[in-house]
Design a protein around this ligand. Sequence first.
Ligand code: 5AD
Ligand code: SF4
Length: 443
Amino acid sequence: MPQKRKLFVKTYGCQMNVYDSERMESALGVSGYEATDTPDDADLILLNTCHIREKAAEKVYSELGRFKPLKADNPDLKIAVAGCVAQAEGEEIIRRQPMVDIVVGPQAYHRLPALEKSARAGEKVIDTDFPEEDKFDHLPRRAARGPRMRRAPTAFLTVQEGCDKFCAFCVVPYTRGMEVSRPPARILAEARDLVERGVVEITLLGQNVNAYHGAGEGGDWSLARLIRELAQVDGLERIRFTTSHPNDMQDDLIAAFGEVDKLMPYLHLPVQSGSDRILKAMNRKHTAESYIRLIERIRAARPDLLLSGDFIVGFPGETEADFQDTMALVETVKYGQAYSFKYSARPGTPAAELDEVSPVDKSDRLARLQALLTAQQRDAQDAMVGRDVSVLFERSGRLEGQLVGKSEYLHAVYANADPSSLGKVVTVRIMESGPNSLAGRVV
Ligand code: 5AD
Ligand code: SF4
């Protein structure tokens, strides 16, 4: 047996990139690679990049600079840049960093083994085409074993990619392309396969996951229909999905929160701003009021739902009054968890043409918003004390005898438990609420 070549993968950004990296690892595994945890002994370094905010491309260039000595030591080392920076920058990457051998966009991963071969033959290869076919059909199933590929009890599963919403600040429609849904039959087959390998929780991924409309039996399936069907899979105990857009939150999906036991009571539903003026400028096509009404309807279906969101402060034209509208919305809605960002102009997006809010105002608003969101997050966590939650144990904790897992609300929970509980859903009574996690005891 010839010695296997070593592959080092570094993943930036969203959960979809985590999923994609895993699939690229499998694809290259078939081409004779095995994963390594360090770039030092790698024969192929793959950076799976993110372009969503701030200086993403610059970070990639500086990371690449650090690999220069490795390339000098090992002339056989090949370097690949994948992900949304690859899609956005294309050949510019090789122009600026000639040591890069492969540039591959998110829609071309199934061609990676062929690209690797060409790179080994000494070519520079760039593939940022958008194919018509389902790229996942051409990627091998995930490896069950191997040091980096040990199956955790949780897995991501991409069901939908791309977005047609064109929020004025966002690069996703340009880097990931138009919205495409995978057929339900393929998703169900992949889910069954994951469950056979020990997965008990699946998170369905999509940039606009609730716009899902895969062509299945009897016509297009909604996300709710897909979830109901997945809930029939024996051995699958928990279903989550992310990320959703308020305008695609259909009645059947809202109802599913109340009716499908396996669907976890957690929803990431970004609003971005609480000012109707800014929402309009952002091209969000909803208002603060319509969002608040929507949340009321979802909570009516599932009163214990833990709500998460995304916010942007300092979008061009945002005044202090607009920002106060965002604070007021947060006060009304109450989030259990949230992400908030300073607006960062992305080249090629409509908002990049507009005048920016001053950096001082952006920082100041972000600090105030984050203080409020952190306090709400803390309240939601503290409210768990004394309650019994269900925890899927994922790994051992720092202390002897401890296991860590996630509750149905996605809180990290520590408890003393037998290692045989790993990969199982167990009832835990919450005793304490710490800064970022809960501690409890198995009931
Ligand atoms: N600037 C700041 N935040 C952004 N996001 C997307 N694009 C930008 C940008 N240009 C945030 C949004 C989105 C999340 C994934 O990233 O809040 O929901
Ligand atoms: Fe970007 Fe989300 Fe808006 Fe689509 S809906 S353009 S992914 S922020």
